[in-house]
Design a protein around this ligand. Structure first.
Ligand SMILES: [Mn+2]
Length: 453
């Protein structure tokens, strides 16, 4: 036992260096949730920018209701505020409303409606931020009002009457009309959707958002390394999933950004497989498409690795074709191009390097999904795909080849940030080349991990 630890110490430097953990933050006990401090100036700037876009009008955004675990029996559902509300407040308070009054002729107004605190309810669902000086100080919003029955409904009606612009809400077409929106409509105020305007802002990430994304991605790449170290033939997919999600929580992730996809053998060819129950066999590939969520932002990183630690020649050939296509795209990323242009680059590379790898077919015919998607508070984040790239945009690149007849599915997915001259791959922490993956899987510490599990 003691010798094993000594070996670990001696051989540890051979492995790829782990990037340093992101900086810690000071807990703010008055805030709900994890008590994370709000970047007041960043959120103020976002609200000002939205009002500027609008010119004149009243914007209403709610945080959403807290689920009742006893009524709804949802598994492990903590309160996650509405993305639009969080974007403009950074606040994790249920049943809370933000009202912005944009005016082209006088200063804009910001009003936060917070439910009054209820000590008895808080014993069940945790401490909340109530109206008062703490709320003003911690959110940077100067007007904080108590959210009482009808207070938002009536206040908004008055504000709209005084405004030269319309009422804007985040009501989505596909969801049930919110009672407040229905009430305003009955009273002759028809709301206009503010969603397209906010989405065009959300697609370019600011430093506060990038810090959260970097942390979520760091946690996710660590989870990939843990999965590669622990996997072996005979294990079940859920055991690899457990290692991944253990790592998420162990490193402080709030939750998964989406259900973890851990497919082995034939399941590597099922794009959104998340049953994760199969027993892994010798010679199988394992495909893990996973993302930790931290501070409302999610990562989305996929790695495909051999269960026994060594790719077969056949697996290696297809793997390198997928990797080549991804690297060709990374070289082509710069401001001005579109994700659609990059999709063409990936397919061209695959098509011209396919040779006889896929028999009579060109391998590109097995690349059956899009190249990537915007990434942020949603794993498939908001944003228009015809937009030319700009610095600050973040998206995923995930070429893949899936050959069901051979139980051979390979996807390699990274998260990239567009910069002034090209891009930064945010998920470099996860081993990617055949050599990097095999080297980690066969390192002394990996063998030690597997022999002890
Ligand atoms: Mn993805």
């Amino acid at each position: 036992m003691r010798y094993a630890f000594m070996l670990l110490l001696v051989f540890a430097p051979i492995e790829a260096q782990t990037p340093p953990p992101p900086p810690q933050y000071e807990v703010v006990p008055e805030l709900p949730g994890a008590g994370r401090p709000i970047a007041i100036e960043t959120h103020r700037a976002r609200r000002a920018s939205l009002c500027e876009h609008i010119g004149d009008g009243v914007i209403v955004i709610g945080s959403g209701a807290q689920f009742d675990l006893e009524q709804l029996v949802l598994q492990d559902r903590d309160f996650r505020p509405d993305d639009y509300f969080f974007y403009f407040t950074g606040l994790e308070s249920p049943n809370t409303w933000l009202v912005l009054v944009a005016s082209s002729t006088s200063p804009d107004q910001e009003i936060l409606f917070l439910p009054p605190r209820d000590p008895r309810a808080e014993q069940w669902t945790g401490k909340k931020l109530g109206p008062g000086p703490d709320a003003v100080r911690l959110t940077g919003i100067r007007k904080v009002r108590a959210m009482l029955p009808d207070s938002v409904g009536a206040a908004v009606e008055n504000l709209v009457k005084q405004s030269r612009g319309p009422l804007f809400t985040t009501q989505r077409h596909e969801t049930q009309v919110h009672p407040l929106v229905a009430r305003w409509s009955r009273n002759g105020i028809d709301a206009v959707s503010i969603i397209p305007t906010i989405d065009s802002m959300r697609v370019v990430k600011d430093e506060t958002e990038l810090a959260a994304l970097r942390r979520a991605i760091h946690i996710t790449t660590e989870a990939h390394k843990a999965a590669m170290r622990i996997v072996r033939p005979g294990m079940h997919e859920y055991q690899v999933e457990a290692t991944i999600e253990y790592t998420f929580r162990n490193l402080g992730a709030d939750r998964v950004g989406f259900p973890s996809i851990v497919g082995s053998g034939p399941n590597t060819t099922v794009l959104h497989y998340d049953v994760n129950r199969r027993q892994i066999e010798d010679g199988d590939l394992v495909l893990a498409d996973i993302g930790a969520e931290w501070g409302q932002y999610t990562a989305d990183v996929t790695r495909t690795f051999p269960a026994n630690g060594r790719f077969t020649d056949r697996q290696k050939e297809i793997y390198n074709l997928v990797l080549g296509a991804q690297l060709a795209v990374i070289d082509a990323i710069k401001p001005g191009v579109t994700i659609r242009d990059l999709d063409v680059v990936a397919r061209r590379f695959m098509s011209s390097h396919s040779g006889d790898l896929c028999g009579q077919q060109n391998c590109v015919s097995y690349f059956i999904h899009g190249l990537g998607h915007w990434l942020g508070m949603r794993v498939h984040d908001v944003g228009d795909y015809s937009m030319p790239l700009e610095p600050g945009m973040v998206f995923t690149l995930e070429p893949g080849i899936y050959i069901p007849g051979e139980d051979l599915g390979i996807r390699i997915e990274d998260d990239v940030l567009v910069t002034e001259n090209g891009c930064e791959v945010l998920s470099v922490g996860a081993p990617k080349t055949v050599e990097e993956v095999e080297s980690l899987m066969n390192s002394i510490s990996s063998r030690f991990t597997r022999s002890n599990s």
